[in-house]
Write a protein that binds this ligand. Structure first.
Ligand SMILES: [Zn+2]
Ligand SMILES: [Zn+2]
Length: 351
């Protein structure tokens, strides 16, 4: 059997081609992909900037589909069942016995697994009609959740993992810097889960409009307005309780941290360049009890993510702006690169 894939052969070189459907092992599932999200990580891979990738690779780590076959040792899934895939594979997913788990998996922090592999990053992923994945990576999609919504399980889970660290409550004012697809998803989650006030800083017109439509309370264009002053005016001079940096730049990271109130917490969510650094005033960190968190993937949040989808807590239809075919992966990446384009989440839809 053959399948169509988007093979990234080298930086800036995508080839749509037909290859053999991969073979699978005793503990694996063969999943026919229905929807596959394009993410900033895929853009980094395309540009040759992802240090974990070796070319050629079929990216795509945000996908859901239907089980078409499975290995002889799989006994908890059936054919035609809908599943969403957790792309991050730790020791458990790779068949290690518990006593052989790595340093981090033994501590139940599988996202730092020393044997870490990721579907769509270090091994072939969902920009293909079929994907082989370990059965432990598959999450059964509840009946109330469409297979299209299920493709959002992974990005929602990533956001949930980050948000957990901020301990947001309804009385808080949250500053979000960067309203790309992930920032917009953050707005929906914060509004539905915590009902806090959100100030959004975003330079792009279209994204500012989207942020307003999705429930942001105050939108700032930092190109023409003074974000620092606006935040001060809006918080009686104190600063925000929590801030989320969703751009991936040292300038916005410094902004996110410096606009916190006492006890404020900042989440560095955007992916910066490996060499980026900022300098911070240590006395202020100490006396203001400032907390700064990173957030890397989602070790334990996939079920919670599916639960949010099942309960219809966020309007997913307003998140997805484009549905493209597998042949249009390159166009999708170009749309993401182009600041002025009308995009939110782009999904690849398979027949
Ligand atoms: Zn992603
Ligand atoms: Zn491990």
């Amino acid at each position: 059997m053959r399948m169509k894939v988007a093979s990234f052969n080298s930086p800036y070189n995508i080839e749509i081609r037909e290859v053999k459907v991969p073979t699978f092992g005793m503990n694996d599932l063969l999943v026919k992909v229905a929807y596959s999200g394009i993410c900033g990580t895929d853009l980094h891979i395309f540009e040759g900037k992802n240090p974990f990738v070796s070319f050629p690779i079929i990216p795509g780590h945000e996908f859901a589909g239907v089980i078409k076959s499975f290995g002889s040792k799989v006994d908890d899934f059936s054919i035609n069942e809908k599943v969403a895939i957790n792309p991050n594979l730790s020791c458990k997913d790779q068949g290690y016995a518990v006593q052989d788990f790595c340093y981090y998996c033994k501590k139940n922090r599988p996202h730092f697994c020393l044997n870490w592999q990721a579907i769509g990053v270090t091994r072939n992923g969902g920009f293909a009609e079929y994907v082989v994945c370990p059965n432990t990576a598959a999450f059964r999609v509840p009946q109330e959740v469409s297979i299209k919504e299920a493709a959002l399980m992974e990005p929602i889970a990533c956001c949930l993992h980050g948000l957990k660290r901020l301990n947001i409550i309804s009385e808080h004012t949250v500053l979000l810097i960067g309203a790309g697809p992930i920032g917009l998803l953050m707005i929906l989650l914060i509004k539905s889960m915590f009902k806090s006030r959100i100030i959004v800083s975003e330079t792009d017109n279209h994204r500012r409009n989207l942020a307003t439509n999705l429930g942001a309370d105050l939108i700032v264009n930092p190109d023409v307005e003074n974000l620092g002053e606006i935040v001060k005016n809006e918080t009686d001079g104190h600063g925000v309780d929590a801030s989320i940096e969703a751009v991936g730049s040292p300038i916005t990271a410094l902004e996110a941290i410096s606009l916190l109130n006492k006890g404020g917490k900042s989440l560095i969510f955007g992916v910066a360049e490996p060499e980026d650094v900022i300098s911070l005033n240590l006395f202020k960190l100490y006396s203001n009890e400032t907390s700064i968190f990173g957030s890397f993937t989602n070790p334990h949040e996939n079920n919670e993510s599916l639960e949010i989808l099942r309960k219809k807590l966020i309007p997913t239809s307003s998140l997805v702006s484009h549905e493209l075919t597998i042949g249009e992966v390159g166009q999708g990446l170009m749309l993401m690169k182009d600041e002025g384009s009308n995009i939110n989440k782009i999904l690849i839809k398979f027949e």
